[in-house]
Design a protein around this ligand. Structure first.
Ligand code: GN1
Ligand code: MG
Length: 363
C-alpha cells in the first residue's frame, strides 16, 4: 500500500488515498482501484503496464491521448451526450507527462474511475448484451472519422492470422516445453480450420474492408455499466490501433455471447447463446450499420468464429511455449482456455446459419 501510495503521489490526483486494491481480471497488466477521501474526490484506476509486451509505452500513451481526446471533444459538441456515454481519461503526472517510469523500470499510469460504474465477467441478460453492443458501436462511431494511420501500431500484426500460425507451427516443431504430445487433438483442430481463417486477412489485403480505428480487445468485461446497467464507457485502450472492425465485433461475441467463462473446464457448458448474440448484434448494429460497409456486415457472424479461433490459438501457443505471455492461475490453464475456445467455436459452427440470419435482420 505504501508503495502504491508513493506511485499515486507522482500523479496530479485529488483527495487522499484511503485504499488501493487489485482490480479487474486482465491477463496482462496489473490494475488497482484507488479510492480517495473525501467522497467528492474522484476515484482512480492505477495500472502497471506490462512493458515486456507493450514495449513502446510512449507511443501507446500517445495513441490513448489521441483517441480519448477525439472522443471527448466529440461528446462535448454532439447531441447531449450519446446515450450518456463517457470517455475515460489519463491523469497527468506531476512532471507533466502521462506515465511514470519508476526506479525498478516499471511503467505506471492512472485513469479516472467512472463513478459508480462496474463491469461484468459474465453477461446476465439480453438487455446487458444489447447495451454492450451499443457501447462498442458508439466507440467506433465516435472514432470513425479519425485517420487510423495517425495511430501507432502498438502490437504489430496483433490479429494477423498468418504470423500467429507461423509462430504456432514453429513451436509445434521445436516443442520447447515438451507439451506437444498432450495437445495433439488441439493442434489438429487448429490445422483443420487454418485455411478458412485467412478470410478476413484476404479481404483486407484485397482492399475490400477498410482499415479503421479499432479497440482490439473488446472483451465484454472491458465495457463499463452504470448501477442500472446502462453502458457508460469502454476501457482497456492499450491496443487501440489501426485494424479491421470485424476483430472488435468478433471478440465481443466470443466473450459476451458465450454461456460460460473463457476458461470453463466443463466443456458441456460452453455454447454460443443466440439470444445474447442477437441482443449484442442488435445493440451494435443499431449504431454501426450507419457507417459499416456491406462487406463488413456480411462477415460479422464469421468474425465471431475467427476471434474465437485466434484467441484459442494464442492460448494454445502460450501453452506450448511454457506459459510466458498470459498470467495463469494453475498448470495447464492456457490449455484449458484453448479447449474452451475450441468448444465455443464448434458451437458457433453448429449455429452459423442462425447467426447469419440474425445479422441479416439488422442490416
Ligand atoms: C488479454 O489482459 P486482457 O484480459 O485485457 C489479451 C487479449 C486477449 C485476452 C484474452 C495485449 O487481454 O488480446 O483477447 O487477454 N491482451 C493482449 O482473455 O494480448
Ligand atoms: Mg486488454
Amino acid at each position: 500500500m505504501d508503495l502504491l501510495k508513493n506511485i499515486v503521489s507522482q500523479f496530479t490526483t485529488e483527495g487522499e488515498v484511503i485504499s488501493a486494491q487489485p482490480f479487474g481480471s486482465g491477463h496482462i497488466n496489473d490494475s488497482y482501484l484507488v479510492i480517495t477521501f473525501p467522497e467528492s474526490a474522484p476515484d482512480y484506476v492505477l495500472q502497471r503496464i506490462n512493458h515486456h509486451i507493450f514495449n513502446n509505452v510512449h507511443e501507446l500513451t500517445c495513441n490513448i491521448l489521441k483517441v480519448t481526446g477525439h472522443i471527448g471533444q466529440k461528446l462535448l459538441t454532439m447531441s447531449p451526450g450519446l446515450h450518456g456515454f463517457e470517455v475515460i481519461h489519463l491523469i497527468g503526472t506531476t512532471e507533466g507527462g502521462f506515465y511514470f517510469h519508476d526506479q525498478d523500470g516499471n511503467y505506471w499510469r492512472m485513469y479516472n474511475h467512472v463513478r459508480g460504474s462496474r463491469s461484468y465477467d459474465k453477461v446476465i441478460s439480453a438487455s446487458l448484451a444489447s447495451e454492450g453492443g451499443k457501447a462498442f458501436g458508439i466507440f467506433q462511431h465516435l472514432t470513425s472519422d479519425m485517420d487510423a494511420s495517425t495511430l501507432f501500431e502498438v502490437l504489430p500484426d496483433f490479429h494477423n492470422i498468418a504470423p500467429r500460425l507461423a509462430k504456432f507451427r514453429e513451436l509445434v516443431t521445436d516443442d520447447p516445453a515438451k507439451r506437444v504430445n498432450d495437445a495433439e487433438s488441439e493442434i489438429a483442430f487448429i490445422e483443420s480450420r487454418a485455411e478458412e481463417m485467412h478470410t478476413i486477412l484476404r479481404l483486407g489485403e484485397l482492399g475490400q474492408i477498410p482499415v479503421r480505428v479499432t479497440h482490439n480487445d473488446t472483451k465484454f468485461n472491458n465495457i463499463l455499466f452504470t448501477p442500472d446497467n446502462k453502458a457508460v464507457s469502454v476501457v482497456d485502450l492499450d491496443t487501440v490501433m489501426p485494424g479491421y472492425i470485424l476483430y472488435d465485433f468478433g471478440d465481443a461475441i466470443r466473450t459476451g455471447a458465450s454461456t460460460a467463462a473463457e476458461d470453463e473446464a466443463d466443456l458441456s457448458r460452453v455454447n454460443i447463446d443466440l439470444t445474447l448474440f442477437e441482443a449484442y448484434a442488435g445493440g451494435y448494429l443499431g449504431i454501426a450499420r450507419n457507417f459499416l460497409t456491406a462487406i463488413e456486415i456480411d462477415h460479422l457472424a464469421f468474425s465471431a468464429k475467427f476471434m474465437t479461433y485466434i484467441i484459442g490459438l494464442r492460448f494454445l501457443t502460450d501453452h506450448l511455449d511454457g506459459d510466458h505471455y498470459y498470467k495463469t492461475g494453475f498448470p495447464g490453464h492456457n490449455l484449458q482456455r484453448a479447449r474452451t475456445q475450441f468448444r465455443l467455436l464448434q458451437s458457433m459452427e453448429q449455429h452459423f446459419d442462425e447467426m447469419q440470419m440474425i445479422i441479416r435482420k439488422f442490416k
